[in-house]
Design a protein around this ligand. Structure first.
Ligand SMILES: O=C(O)CCC(=O)C(=O)O
Ligand SMILES: [Fe+2]
Length: 210
């Protein structure tokens, strides 16, 4: 019956690729980059197996908890890579043709969790690199704006379960990004940002980078 066939197709899902052609940088999205079964498996295993931390940051005279949980793997100070993170990393590296050495995990427990406008922390060597962002779980909006140019349209990109977003190496120089809170009924979401190089000391106070 046709209805059944359509439902099966929908379940299976289709891969989808988009190049945003941003002025001055590269921004590319692969939806369903990971198959649904793998995405479900990674979500469960990362949710329960990660030593999630509640970090705090000083803003002027106040100390505020980050509105999300985090964990950092790799580099010289992160946790040791797990087999699942290495599996995800290998697939991302093969697609992007880039080798990453750290990953920051963010856990957005519900719609109250978020990340403020920021660009990622400048690595110690003083030059930005590409950042690859993988999402498992609930879809949340990823907003992008140019730092100075008002004529460049802002983007609202829904990052779905199993998606891969590649930010080119000049993205952090020219653009900021943000995941807003939402009042809609919202389940948990895990985001992984694969990075290169040790973080530098000059930090945007809102940047979640470690
Ligand atoms: O959760 C996201 O999609 C973005 C996270 C982020 O911007 C970061 O970890 O620097
Ligand atoms: Fe970021």
């Amino acid at each position: 019956m046709r209805l059944f066939e359509d439902a099966a197709l929908f379940d299976e899902g289709r891969k989808y690729f988009k190049d945003f052609h941003l002025p001055g940088t590269e921004l590319k999205l692969w939806e369903r980059f990971f198959e649904k079964a793998d995405s479900d498996r990674f979500f469960q295993c990362l949710k329960t197996g990660t030593p999630w931390q509640q970090r705090e940051r000083k803003l002027y005279d106040r100390t505020l908890p980050d509105p999300r949980l985090t964990a950092f793997y790799g580099g010289s100070t992160g946790f040791a890579w797990t087999p699942e993170l290495l599996e995800i990393k290998a697939k991302v590296e093969a697609q992007c043709n880039i080798t990453f050495d750290r990953v920051l995990l963010n856990f957005y427990r519900d719609g109250n969790d978020s990340v403020a406008w920021h660009s990622d922390t400048l690595p110690a060597e003083g030059k930005h690199h590409a950042v690859a962002s993988v999402t498992f779980g609930e879809t949340r909006l990823f907003k992008v704006r140019h730092k100075t140019r008002k004529d460049v349209s802002r983007l609202d990109i829904p990052l779905t379960h199993g998606s891969l977003l590649l930010m080119g190496e000049t993205m952090q120089d020219h653009y900021e990004h943000h995941v807003p809170k939402t009042s809609k009924e919202t389940g948990p979401r895990i985001n992984l940002t694969f990075r290169i190089g040790e973080p530098g000391t000059i930090r945007n106070p809102y940047s979640p980078s470690v």
